[in-house]
Design a protein around this ligand. Structure first.
Ligand SMILES: Nc1nc2c(ncn2[C@@H]2O[C@H](COP(=O)(O)OP(=O)(O)OP(=O)(O)O)[C@@H](O)[C@H]2O)c(=O)[nH]1
Length: 424
C-alpha cells in the first residue's frame, strides 16, 4: 500500500514516517500541493496526509482538488490549527479526519477506522485451510487471505484436506460445499466435527447464493458461518475476522477458567490439591460410600522433624523438600487416589474403594519410598496414620479424618517413620 505525505516541514515528515513505519505503507513525501498533485498522477495512494499550510495552497484546497477525482482515498489533514470554522471547512472539503499535531496518535485510530483492509484493521495471523476443487477460485482466495494476514493451504479433496489437517494447525477451515467426485463440503464438516481435535476450529462454508438448503445443512453439520458466492471481499474479511476473534475469545476464557480452577483447587507450592478441595470432594465420596457400603480409606501423612530441616537448611530448602515429597507422593498414587497438602508439612490421601489392609500396605510403601527419597540430599521420613470408613455404620469425613489423625499421633509418639492403622 502507498501513502502520500504532503508536508513542508522535514521534522513532521520524520515524525509521520516513524509513526507509519509499523504499517505496511510505502511512503512518498512531497513538500507542496503541486508536487502532491504530480505524485497523484503517477501513483495510486491508499492514504494521504496533508498539512494545513503548504507553500502554494492550503490543505483544504488540496483536499478539494483530490476529491474531484477520488472520493474514496482517506485524507488526513495534520495541523496545529484550532479554529473550529477552518476545521469544519476542511471536513466539508472532504477530509476524512483532522489530526492535531499535538495528538498524532489519533492518526492511528483513524487509520484503523477508515482504511478498509490490512493487518492493522484485522489483527489476524496464522494459517487457513481451504477445501475447493477449483484452482482458480483457490488462488483468488489465497490472494485475499494474504491481505488479511492469513497464509492459505489449498486442498482439492477431503482426503487431501484431512492429510493437511494431520500435519498443520489452522486458525480457520473454509470449505466449498459442492466438490468434485460426488464429495460435499457437508461431509467434510461432519468429519471435522466428529474429531475432537477440530471441535473448536472455526469453519466457514462457501455456498452458492441460491442454495438455501445447503447453507442450512452446512450450519446444521457444524459450520460456524457461511458466505455466498460471488464472495465480496469486505464481507469475507468481516466474517473471517468475527470467526477467528470469537474462537480466540473462547480459548482465552477457557484458559482463564482453567487458571481460576487451579487457583481455587490447588496448593500453590506443591501443585497438589488444597485442603478445601479435598474436604469438599471427601464429603461427597463419603456420602456415596455410605450409601453403597463401599470401601474408602484415609491416610494422614506428616513429615518428621520438619522444623529441624527449616532451621538447619533454611525455609527455601524446606519448600523444595516439600515439593519433592509431593511429587514423589504423586508418582506413587494413581489419578483416583486423591492427594492434598492439608497444611504445612501434612498431606492427606483419600483412597476410594480401598480396604483397610490395602490402605495400610499402600501407606507402608509410601513410608519406605519417602525414607529413601533424600530430597535436597537431606534424610527425611514421614509418619502415617491410616483408617477407613466403617463397613457397618455411616460415618463422615470429619470423623474418619479425626481417627486417621489419632493414628498419626500414635505413629509420632512411637518414634516416627512408621505407619499406625486404626480400625473403625
Ligand atoms: N519451608 C516451609 N516450612 C513450613 C511450611 N509450612 C509449615 N512449615 C514449617 O513446618 C514446621 C512444622 O513443625 P512442627 O509442627 O513443629 O513439626 P515437626 O518439626 O515436623 O515435628 P513432628 O511433626 O513432631 O515430627 C514449622 O517449622 C513450620 O514453620 C512451608 O510452606 N514451607
Amino acid at each position: 500500500m502507498h501513502a502520500l505525505i504532503v508536508e513542508p516541514s522535514p521534522t513532521y515528515q520524520r515524525i509521520l514516517s516513524r509513526m507509519l513505519q509499523s504499517y505496511d505503507f510505502q511512503l512518498s513525501f512531497v513538500d507542496s500541493a503541486t508536487a502532491g498533485f504530480r505524485a497523484l498522477t503517477q501513483q495510486r495512494f491508499q492514504m494521504i496526509c496533508v498539512a494545513m499550510y503548504l507553500p502554494d495552497l492550503t490543505g483544504i484546497d488540496f483536499c478539494q482538488h483530490v476529491r474531484q477525482r477520488d472520493s474514496e482515498v482517506p485524507i488526513f489533514i495534520v495541523t496545529s490549527e484550532t479554529d473550529p470554522e477552518l476545521l469544519s471547512s476542511a471536513l466539508t472539503a472532504g477530509a476524512s479526519d483532522i489530526i492535531r499535531k499535538d495528538d498524532l496518535p489519533r492518526l492511528e485510530e483513524s487509520l484503523h477506522a477508515l482504511i478498509p483492509l490490512g493487518p492493522f484493521r484485522y489483527n489476524i495471523s496464522g494459517k487457513a485451510l481451504y477445501l475447493e476443487d477449483s484452482l482458480t477460485v483457490a488462488k483468488a482466495t489465497d490472494a485475499k487471505l494474504k491481505r488479511l494476514g492469513l497464509q492459505m493451504d489449498h486442498a482439492f479433496s477431503i482426503q487431501q484436506a484431512l492429510q493437511l489437517l494431520d500435519n498443520h494447525m489452522y486458525e480457520l477451515i473454509m470449505t466449498d460445499i459442492v466438490l468434485q467426485d460426488n464429495e460435499t463440503g457437508i461431509e467434510f464438516i461432519q468429519q471435522l466435527r466428529a474429531d475432537h481435535r477440530f471441535a473448536q476450529t472455526p469453519i466457514l462454508a462457501v455456498t452458492s447464493l441460491e442454495s438455501v438448503n445447503r447453507r442450512i445443512q452446512a450450519l446444521q453439520s457444524g459450520a460456524n458461518d457461511y458466505i455466498s458466492k460471488p464472495v465480496l471481499d469486505e464481507e469475507l474479511f468481516a466474517r473471517i475476522n468475527n470467526l477467528i476473534s470469537a474462537t480466540r475469545l473462547v480459548e482465552q476464557l477457557t484458559r482463564e477458567r482453567q487458571r481460576l480452577l487451579e487457583l481455587a483447587t490447588k496448593d500453590h507450592l506443591t501443585g497438589l490439591y488444597n485442603r478445601h478441595f479435598l474436604t469438599e470432594l471427601a464429603k461427597r465420596r463419603f456420602v456415596d460410600a455410605n450409601r453403597q457400603r463401599s470401601a474408602l480409606a484415609t491416610l494422614v501423612l506428616d513429615v518428621d522433624h520438619f522444623k529441624q530441616i527449616n532451621d538447619q537448611y533454611g525455609h527455601q530448602t524446606g519448600d523444595r523438600v516439600l515439593k519433592r515429597i509431593a511429587s514423589a507422593l504423586q508418582a506413587q498414587c494413581s489419578e483416583d487416589e486423591y492427594i492434598a497438602r492439608f497444611g504445612g508439612e501434612e498431606f492427606v490421601v483419600l483412597l476410594t474403594g480401598c480396604t483397610l489392609n490395602a490402605a495400610s500396605e499402600k501407606a507402608r510403601q509410601l513410608c519406605k519410598t519417602l525414607q529413601q527419597l533424600q530430597p535436597e540430599g537431606i534424610s527425611t521420613s514421614v509418619s502415617i496414620g491410616v483408617t477407613c470408613l466403617s463397613a457397618t455404620q455411616d460415618e463422615y469425613f470429619d470423623e474418619v479424618f479425626a481417627r486417621a489423625d489419632k493414628a498419626l499421633y500414635q505413629a509420632k509418639q512411637q518414634g516416627r517413620n512408621q505407619v499406625v492403622t486404626l480400625a473403625p
